[in-house]
Design a protein around this ligand. Structure first.
Ligand SMILES: [Zn+2]
Length: 695
């Protein structure tokens, strides 16, 4: 499940489908998900003073009980729930993978697809035997390239067929459909920067010692992959330098993540003729024909500077150099579903070296995740029927409504915003669509053939289906019912162009949303998540889109200046935090998430107070209702994090590390200091004049 949007704000990059899982409790189960409460006293460490370090007070016990499993890059409440989900999904998939027998009713179309996809993935013997031949047709097509113009059809085929499981890399550049930034009801074509093998352009350009070491390791990785597809060690070494040279030039011309957070930097609408003038060395009309794009008049070019540089490279680099680049990327991107030596090399660089995992995830776990990635809405249908009751939907819809009411009250009460801008903000709030649990209409995979004996082919067909589905949206009105992540995903997101908030069934399970526990911890936890996504509509990026999802300024100049001063307070606060060793957080990269974390919790607190105003709340286990609200909040993100992973995420992840997502919020909430009787001067209490408050 991949949504092509430059602006999507997810709750947690690390918890999205492919990231997390654990080794314990590996027995498949198709019964129920294991239960843990939304407030767990044993996860706390009461020896820590909450006014000194609230995160460790709330999560110290959890951290001790939950060391990072060797196959994981980090470990958290979300990751653990996702692991439970994987075990649960495995049970479902093993059942779905039972072949049809004459004595039984045949499987329906949905269970056949997910079952056979899983069975083919689990058939390690067949995958091993197939080896490199799974991508031999692509390698042959690359070998046939003689002239630069021959690149076009090969690039088109590779972009259609290969999307990376580890990173959404595509060869040369990325492309697809997007909502017109000026008219969000229409879908247009888009091309953007891409083509890199490492997770971010910064890896290629930074000159600290660690970045240099990483580049050396990457060149070794490229060399290894080229050797696996038949290059001699000497040739592979030379060819790896070529790949590195090309990618470095592309990286230098790429926008940074911080630049990409300003949506105006990404809007350059033009005709195909203009794109041809910008980058004449690539055959754009031929590319669009080859990809079978629908007729279209306008496309958006996300990063024109990148296209110019690519154009230069297309003539300055030899055709042989480009062939090497393409060969490496086909093999690297498809490594996860090739034979074991490819899988191992992929793990060694991307998960072990870059992110610190020490063991590979067992095959079943990877296979469950590939089903979720490639047939997510088929898997989601079966999942939702088991874990998301109408009652659960009703109670979570009610919580969303209450959080939105709180946002309306906040906007009306803001003392720094003019009535004109408030009016517009309320229009935007009223325009937000709430998507809870699962899509009203499931994606139809009937055109994707899935067989139980050809894993790589299944993956390629599923990827082609997804790319075509994305491209075929061009020229059509927007489908507001579409979801960007699958129902089992333990994550949530706001999409500014759709102006919608999305909470899949996977994120509305205990301990995150716990129907057996009272409101206080639930509002602290899931209420905060809902408020977080809602606030994204009004963070430094989301606030530039209007109620319809158009990139249109609805602010008065004075109000925007006051807003910027308020977000600067948050930027300065988080820029002062250390992520790992000598690495500071990037306050500008993480600004939107930090604003959403803070705003979300303020809204959740208001909504909770209102929801329970007529209840006579009493202390439980020696904790006041207010204390339980805040502990519920902190326990959404109890985590253990590896230094390697923190280092990577400081570059790539717009979210702050777990402890700052908690402590960085409560220091700005006087209600917290009051709940725990914290005194001025203690670490969790900011002087009043320094408290940040945006919404
Ligand atoms: Zn977020």
């Amino acid at each position: 499940m991949r949504k092509h949007s430059a602006y999507l704000s997810v709750l947690l990059v690390t918890a999205v489908s492919l990231a997390n899982a654990q080794t314990a409790s590996e027995k498949p189960s198709s019964g129920t998900l294991p239960y843990s409460p939304s407030l767990d006293l044993s996860s706390m460490d009461k020896s820590v003073d909450p006014c000194v370090d609230f995160y460790h007070y709330s999560c110290g016990g959890w951290q001790k009980k939950n060391p990072i499993p060797p196959d994981q890059t980090s470990w958290s409440v979300y990751g653990k729930l996702y692991q439970d989900n994987l075990v649960f999904l495995r049970g479902m998939l093993e059942q779905a993978a039972q072949p049809d027998e004459p004595s039984k009713d045949p499987r329906n179309a949905v269970t056949q697809k997910i079952g056979d996809f899983y069975a083919a993935c689990m058939d390690e013997g067949a995958v091993e035997e197939r080896g490199l031949s799974a991508i031999q047709p692509e390698l042959d097509a690359i070998a046939q390239i003689k002239l630069a113009k021959d690149l076009t059809p090969v690039v088109a085929h590779l972009q259609l067929t290969y999307s990376g499981y580890s990173y959404n890399s595509s060869v040369l550049f990325s492309a697809g459909s997007t909502q017109d930034p000026d008219d969000s009801e229409h879908v247009i074509a888009e091309v953007d920067q891409g083509g890199l093998g490492m997770p971010d352009r910064d890896y290629y350009v930074k000159d600290d010692a660690k970045s240099k070491e990483t580049r050396e390791r990457y060149v070794q990785h490229v060399q290894k992959v080229l050797e696996l597809i038949g290059d001699s060690p000497v040739a592979a070494q030379k060819n790896a330098e070529t790949v590195m040279r090309l990618e470095t030039a592309m990286a230098k011309a790429s926008l940074t993540r911080v630049e990409r957070r300003d949506p105006h930097n990404l809007v350059h609408k033009m005709k195909v003729g203009d794109l041809t003038r910008l980058a004449p060395n690539f055959d754009w009309p031929g590319y669009y024909r080859e990809m079978q794009y629908p007729e279209f008049a306008i496309l958006n070019v996300g990063a024109p500077q990148f296209m110019k540089e690519l154009n230069t490279l297309l003539s300055s680099e030899s055709v042989d150099g480009w062939k090497t680049y393409l060969r490496f990327h086909v093999a690297d991107t498809s490594s996860p579903y090739l034979s074991s030596k490819f899988v191992e090399e992929n793990f060694e660089f991307y998960r072990k070296y870059l992110r610190g995992a020490t063991e590979m995830q067992p095959r079943w776990k990877r296979c469950v995740q590939y089903v979720d990635y490639d047939l997510g809405e088929a898997l989601g249908q079966v999942y939702v029927a088991k874990v998301f009751s109408p009652e659960l939907k009703q109670s979570t819809v009610d919580m969303v409504r209450r959080i939105e009411d709180a946002m309306g009250q906040r906007i009306r009460a803001l003392d720094w915003m003019s009535p004109e801008t408030k009016q517009q903000a309320l229009v935007k709030l009223a325009g937000i669509r709430n998507k809870i649990g699962y899509p009203d209409k499931w994606r139809d995979y009937s055109s994707v053939s899935i067989f139980r004996d050809a894993f790589a082919d299944n993956v390629e067909r599923a990827h082609q289906f997804e790319t075509r589905r994305d491209i075929n949206k061009i020229g059509k009105p927007v489908d507001h019912g579409e979801w960007g992540i699958s129902a089992p995903t333990v994550d949530a997101y706001y999409d500014p162009q759709m102006n919608d908030i999305n909470f899949p069934a996977g994120v509305l399970q205990p301990p995150l949303y716990d129907p057996k526990t009272d409101d206080a911890p639930n509002y602290g936890n899931t209420g905060g998540t809902i408020g977080h996504e809602l606030t994204h509509g009004f963070d430094d990026e989301g606030s530039q889109f209007d109620a319809k999802g158009n990139l249109k300024d609805w602010w008065t100049k004075e109000d925007r200046e006051k807003f910027d001063a308020r977000t600067k307070c948050v930027d300065d606060q988080y820029s002062g935090y250390i992520s790992v060793e000598d690495v500071h957080l990037n306050g500008k990269l993480t600004l939107g998430e930090n604003v959403a974390d803070l705003g979300g919790e303020i809204l959740a607190y208001m909504a909770w107070k209102d929801a329970d105003k007529d209840k006579n709340l009493q202390p439980v286990d020696g904790l006041t209702p207010e204390q339980r609200f805040f502990i519920g909040f902190a326990q959404w993100d109890c985590a253990n994090e590896r230094p390697e992973d923190l280092r990577m995420r400081a570059v790539t992840d717009p979210h702050s590390p777990a402890r700052y997502r908690i402590n960085g919020v409560v220091v700005n909430m006087p209600d917290f200091a009051e709940a725990f009787s914290c005194k001025a001067g203690q670490p969790m209490v900011k002087p009043a004049e320094k408290v940040c408050r945006v919404w």
